[in-house]
Design a protein around this ligand. Structure first.
Ligand code: ARG
Length: 464
């Protein structure tokens, strides 16, 4: 007879390759803690409902507590032949306490068990990421506060558009990360229903109390449909989707850092702590960490695509395909933790070069919009007409190889007879940013106010 849990029906062991492709212990051992927790809740409920005896229940619970310690201290005897973490825990429990261990699986299947464990794991992953993102936001907000007055070019199409403040630019990412956090929290709300007690798929004839186990495991309620409970992994997909969007946000900041630190820009520098040298070119200082944060978005997006593809067209209910859900989520979580930590380190480390930033902010006729705004107001003409007048002025300046602010009275009259040198006063980058006081605009005074509201919205206790 086979030594497997389903030994009754089988007479021979599986082939080596069957064991290899079937096994998930190499990765689902990360669910050990959740598996024990779920089993303790299930065991307590079985005793409360009189489904198993008090003594057996006590022995099972004690054994599970011991297993929890073994898992925590690294002494648990993992056996890959036992396929997955669930069977490892159950078999070892029976080794520890004897036949009573076999009662734990009453009114339960690995299908509801794994769905429960994995939901608990994703829930705690989301909570960890939320904490880490809050720390990153805090760092960005501090940096924004210190750089509220630093002027840099704002780009569209990667062309100098209008001057902005560095603080304002950094606060843009604080907003993105805030939405990322709320996307994760939305996913958490929906995933927080308990599959346990759904059994293999149809429920159970034992008089279980699913509301009790759900409450013990901090779920909001039991899942309403036993078939849905064992067969959907939309919660993992939502986690991966939120992760993919976050990774895209991180990749954009990483990319900007790569650009800013590139010598032709020279907007920021990184210390030795966040750069590497080149093996051949002695002068090089490369922003590898930023490049890798940029690149790792690839595997995170890939994980989402991978699991979407696994789940697509799977008939109800459980299929072994779904065992492929875990590595995607585990890998994404590890990658994100690393990327968020690296990004936090780089935000802290980067030193802006205000002289270079301002120099560049002045280039490319960046205050042409201010010129046009002034003309619109002063001459009381439609903005579209002012846009044309300004375009002519830019053309004259371009022809002379000078800046808008260096145009003479005669140049201005050539652009439009009504223009005077008065317009030149609005053309400094300082005046331009200071004038952007509309809600959400880049003015230093706005940035300082935004820093305060961002701290309130994102960093106070319970703010998500
Ligand atoms: N290792 C499996 C998984 O991760 C556990 C559930 C197996 N259930 C089954 N009926 N074979 O999905």
């Amino acid at each position: 007879m086979s030594g497997k849990m389903w030994g009754g029906r089988f007479s021979a062991d599986p082939s080596k390759i069957m064991t290899e492709i079937n096994g998930s212990l190499a990765f689902d051992r990360r669910l050990g803690k959740q598996d024990v927790r779920g089993s303790i809740a299930h065991c307590e409920m079985l005793v409360e409902r009189g489904i198993i005896g008090k003594e057996d229940g006590a022995a099972i619970k004690q054994g599970l507590i011991r297993i929890e310690q073994e898992l925590a201290t690294g002494t648990f005897p993992f056996k890959p032949a036992l396929e997955d973490i669930h069977m490892n825990v159950e078999q070892h429990l029976t080794d520890l306490i004897g036949a009573a261990g076999g009662r734990l699986h009453t009114a339960r299947s690995r299908n509801d068990q794994v769905a429960t464990d994995f939901r608990m794991w994703v829930r705690s992953a989301i909570e960890n990421i939320d904490d880490e993102l809050r720390r990153l936001q805090s760092e960005l907000i501090d940096k924004a506060e210190h750089n509220a007055d630093i002027i840099m070019p704002g780009f569209t199409h990667m062309q100098v558009g209008q001057p902005v403040t560095f603080g304002h630019h950094l606060l843009a990412y604080v907003e993105m990360l805030g939405r990322d956090r709320s996307r994760f929290m939305d996913a958490r709300k929906r995933l927080n229903e308990c599959p346990l007690g759904a059994g293999a798929m149809s429920g159970t004839s034992f008089p279980i109390d699913r509301h009790a186990t759900a409450a013990k495991l901090d779920f909001d309620r039991p899942m309403a449909n036993s078939m849905d409970a064992v067969s959907d992994r939309d919660f993992a997909l939502e986690f991966l989707a939120a992760a993919a969007i976050l990774a895209v946000h991180l990749s954009r900041l990483a990319e900007e850092m790569v650009i800013w630190v590139s010598p032709p820009f020279g907007f920021i520098t990184f210390s030795d702590a966040f750069t590497t040298g080149s093996s051949m070119m002695p002068q090089k200082r490369n922003p590898d960490a930023a490049e890798l944060v940029r690149a790792k978005s690839g595997r995170i997006i890939g994980a989402l695509m991978g699991l979407l593809t696994v789940m697509k067209a799977l008939p109800l209910t459980y299929s072994k395909d779904m065992q492929e859900d875990k590595e995607a989520a585990f890998g994404v979580f590890d990658t994100l933790e690393l990327c968020i930590a690296a990004m936090l380190g780089m935000v802290k480390d980067m030193k802006p070069n205000p002289v270079r930033m301002k120099e560049c902010a002045k280039s490319g006729f960046s205050t042409a919009t201010d010129f046009a705004d002034w003309v619109t107001q002063r001459l009381n003409i439609p903005f579209r007409e002012a846009h044309h007048i300004t375009g002519r002025a830019v053309k004259i300046a371009e022809g002379k190889g000078c800046d808008l602010s260096q145009l003479t009275a005669a140049d201005l009259v050539q652009a439009d007879s009504r223009l005077t040198t008065e317009v030149l006063s609005v053309l400094t980058v300082e005046a331009a940013v200071a004038s952007r006081t509309s809600f959400g605009g880049t003015a230093p005074e706005n940035v300082r106010a935004q820093v305060n509201t961002a701290r309130e919205r994102f960093l106070t206790a319970g703010a998500r």
